[in-house]
Design a binder for this molecule. Structure first.
Ligand code: BTN
Length: 260
């Protein structure tokens, strides 16, 4: 039987981190872990505080989309107070932490679609949302929100079935959400400590991207770009080679691999 209940105590118990996950606030159900994280920040939450929920009723996705977050999934937010110098690296950190931890616990092979969707066999298994507040060149806070389709029967969610997958559907058995969450927090801290020590996580992120070298369509705001995803910059932006040989830098957007 897979150990599958989440609680603050089971997550924190002997967790090998210095600060990420040393304070965990667990909810059976809430609106969004991002909302609760913001409230905790206003009340002075320490760095590394984690909000985790079994179910979100108003889960938020990137680009103002909603995020389905029923029971069985993993939904959490991590509160950080990073230096401005590595704020843009948090998208790399979050997706790499998911890849490292889920691969280690399940043996599945994951890949990243720019900027930070995590896929298995071309289907989305995890979404990442980063919200931050920067004032006067200083980061007030950053919240990393991570949603993983863990134990979810996609057949029950026809609206996302064509584009999404779950760990349990891929494996044909349930996974331990507890093991994944604990390993994820360890990896988040390792990568964060690398950044704060002046190290780089860019190369590992770039090499995990499934997007590079592919023909893509990118929706950025109201603009659609098409071309070949040539490379990514150290700040996380995508460099797209257009049919007229122009090179466009895209800071945020949504990529479709053409032919998908
Ligand atoms: C996306 O791919 O659009 C990002 C999805 C992010 C979902 C996570 S689940 C935990 C956290 N709380 C939210 O409301 N959203 C993020």
């Amino acid at each position: 039987m897979v150990e599958n209940s989440l609680s603050a105590a089971s997550i924190i118990s002997n967790l090998e981190t210095r600060f990420v996950g040393q304070r965990v606030i667990y909810y059976p159900s809430l609106t969004s872990t991002m909302d609760v994280a913001r409230r905790e920040i206003q009340q002075g939450a320490v760095e590394g505080t984690v909000i985790v929920a079994d179910e979100q009723t108003v889960g938020r996705g990137r680009l103002k989309r909603t995020w389905l977050s029923p029971k069985g999934n993993i939904a959490l937010s991590v509160i950080l107070y990073p230096e401005i110098a590595y704020l843009s690296s948090l998208i790399m950190l979050a997706s790499l932490a998911v890849v490292r931890s889920v691969e280690a616990v399940t043996g599945l092979k994951l890949e990243i679609k720019w900027p930070n969707d995590v896929l298995i066999n071309g289907r989305k298994v995890c979404g990442i949302l980063i919200e931050n507040d920067v004032r006067g060149g200083m980061v007030n806070y950053a919240i990393i929100g991570i949603g993983i389709n863990a134990n979810l029967r996609l057949a029950d969610f026809p609206e996302i079935l064509p584009v999404a997958t779950s760990l349990s559907d891929e494996l044909g058995r349930e996974v331990s959400r507890l093991n994944i969450v604990r390993r994820l927090l360890v990896e988040v801290e390792k990568l964060y400590l690398t950044l704060s020590a002046g190290g780089s996580i860019y190369e590992e992120w770039r090499d995990s991207l499934v997007t590079l070298g592919k023909e893509v369509r990118v929706k950025s705001g109201e603009t659609i770009y098409e071309g070949v995803a040539e490379s990514v910059d150290r700040d996380g932006s995508l460099l797209l080679r257009g049919p007229d040989d122009s090179l466009t830098r895209i800071i945020a957007g949504d990529v479709t691999l053409r032919g998908d």
